[in-house]
Design a protein around this ligand. Structure first.
Ligand SMILES: Cc1ncc(COP(=O)(O)O)c(C=O)c1O
Length: 365
C-alpha cells in the first residue's frame, strides 16, 4: 500500500495549540488564545434557539443543497440561488475549486505570504503554484498580473490578507480584473469581509455582474462566531458554481450548521456590534504598539501583524509559558507576530504579557 508519490512530502497542517493543552503543560489557571482569529464575543443568541430545533433530527440527513440557507444568503447578497455553494468551512470551497479547476501542469498564482490552504490544495492536484511577493505586506496585483501565463487557471486574492491584514482597494482590484484574461478564475477570499471599515475596500459580490471569472469566498467562522460548526460559502457565476457542485460530497454541511448559519445571518445587530468592538480593539492594540515603538501592517480583519523587531518565535514561546497564545513562525516574516483582536480584557492581558516577554528578551535585534 503506497500513498500517491506527490503527496508523500506534503506537510500536515499545524493548528495552534489548544487552550487545554497549554494549561496542562505549563500548570496555568487561565490561558488566553489569540491565535486563530476567532470571535471573542461568541455568536448570536438566535443561533442557540435555531440549533435546539434541530436536536431531535439527528437521524435524518441534512438538506444536501442547503436550500433554505442558500435562499437566505442569495437574498442577503442580491444574487441568484444557483450562484451560491456551501462547504465545510470556506476551506472546503477552496479544496473543491482546486479539485474542479486545477490539474497537473496548470498554474495558479497567489501571494508569497497568504492563507496556506490555496497552495496545499494546488499541491494535492499537482498544479504549480506561483507565489508572488507581497509589497509592503499587500498583494502586488501588478506583479500577479505579470505572472499570468497561458497555463494560469486561478489567481487567489486574500482580501483582507491573512496573515498581514492588508487590503487591496476597489480601484486596484478593478484595474486588475479589467486586464486579467477572462479565462482565468479570480478567487476573492473575503473571510474577514464583515470586519472591514475602510471605504476603499471592495465588496467582491458586487463585481460578479461585470466580471464572470470572479468567485467570492465568505465564511460563518469569523464575525458570525460559528467556527466550530464548519460552514462557509462561495459565490460566482452559476456555471462555475455548478462545476464546483459536481465535485462536492452530497451532504457536506450538517443540519446544525445550516440552521445556525441562517439564524446568524439574520442577526445584523450582533454582526454590527462585533465590528464596532473589533475596531475599538484594533485602536487599542495599535496604540499600545505605538507606545512600544513597534510598527505593524494596517489591520483590516480581526487580527494585527506586528513587527516585534526580535525573533517572534522566541517571544511566542515566552508568552506561551505565561498563558498567552498568539501566532509566530511566519517563514518570510520571522520578526512578526500575528495577534487576534480579543475582548478588551484579553487585549490587556496580551499587551501586559507581550511587554513582559519583550523586556525579558532584551533589546531589539
Ligand atoms: C483567509 C481565510 N480564508 C479562509 C479561512 C477558512 O475559514 P473556514 O474554513 O473556517 O470558513 C480562513 C480561516 O482562518 C482564513 O483566514
Amino acid at each position: 500500500m503506497q500513498p500517491k508519490a506527490h503527496i508523500v512530502d506534503l506537510p500536515v497542517y499545524q493548528p495552534g495549540k489548544p487552550i487545554e493543552e497549554v494549561q496542562k503543560e505549563y500548570g496555568l489557571s487561565e490561558v488566553v488564545k489569540l491565535a486563530s482569529n476567532e470571535n471573542p464575543y461568541g455568536f448570536s443568541p438566535r443561533v442557540k434557539a435555531a440549533i435546539e430545533s434541530e436536536l431531535t433530527k439527528f437521524n435524518l440527513y441534512p438538506d444536501g443543497g442547503a436550500v433554505e440557507l442558500t435562499a437566505a444568503v442569495a437574498e442577503h447578497l442580491s444574487v441568484q440561488a444557483d450562484q451560491v455553494i456551501f462547504g465545510c468551512g470556506s476551506d472546503e470551497i477552496i479544496a473543491l475549486i482546486a479539485r474542479a479547476f486545477l490539474s497537473e501542469g496548470d498554474e495558479n498564482i497567489m501571494a508569497d505570504a497568504t492563507f496556506s490552504v490555496y497552495k496545499s490544495n494546488a499541491d494535492i492536484e499537482k498544479a504549480t503554484s506561483i507565489e508572488v511577493p507581497l509589497k509592503n505586506g499587500t498583494h502586488d496585483l501588478e506583479a500577479m498580473l505579470a505572472a499570468v501565463t497561458d497555463r494560469t487557471q486561478i489567481v487567489w486574492i486574500c482580501n483582507p490578507n491573512n496573515p498581514t491584514g492588508t487590503i487591496v482597494s476597489e480601484t486596484e482590484l478593478k484595474s486588475f480584473l479589467d486586464r486579467v484574461p477572462s479565462s482565468v478564475m479570480v478567487v476573492l477570499d473575503e473571510a474577514y469581509f464583515e470586519y472591514v471599515t475602510d471605504s476603499a475596500y471592495p465588496d467582491g459580490t458586487k463585481l460578479l455582474a461585470d466580471y464572470g471569472n470572479v468567485v467570492v469566498l465568505r465564511t460563518f467562522s469569523k464575525i458570525y462566531g460559528l467556527a466550530a460548526l464548519r460552514i462557509g460559502y462561495g459565490v460566482g457565476q452559476a456555471s462555475v458554481i455548478r462545476s464546483i457542485n459536481q465535485v462536492r460530497e452530497p451532504f457536506n454541511t450538517t443540519r446544525i450548521a445550516q440552521a445556525a448559519a441562517k439564524a446568524a445571518l439574520a442577526d445584523r445587530e450582533f454582526v454590527e456590534s462585533c465590528r464596532i468592538k473589533n475596531t475599538e480593539g484594533i485602536s487599542f492594540l495599535q496604540g499600545e504598539f505605538d507606545r512600544l515603538g513597534l510598527s505593524y501592517f494596517p489591520a483590516n480583519g480581526n487580527f494585527i501583524m506586528v513587527d516585534t523587531q526580535r525573533s517572534a518565535a522566541d517571544l511566542f514561546q515566552r508568552m506561551l509559558r505565561k498563558g498567552v497564545i498568539a501566532r509566530a513562525g511566519f517563514k518570510l516574516y520571522p520578526t512578526y507576530m500575528r495577534v487576534t483582536v480579543g475582548s478588551p480584557r484579553e487585549n490587556e492581558i496580551f499587551i501586559r504579557t507581550f511587554e513582559e516577554a519583550l523586556n525579558e528578551q532584551g533589546a531589539a535585534v
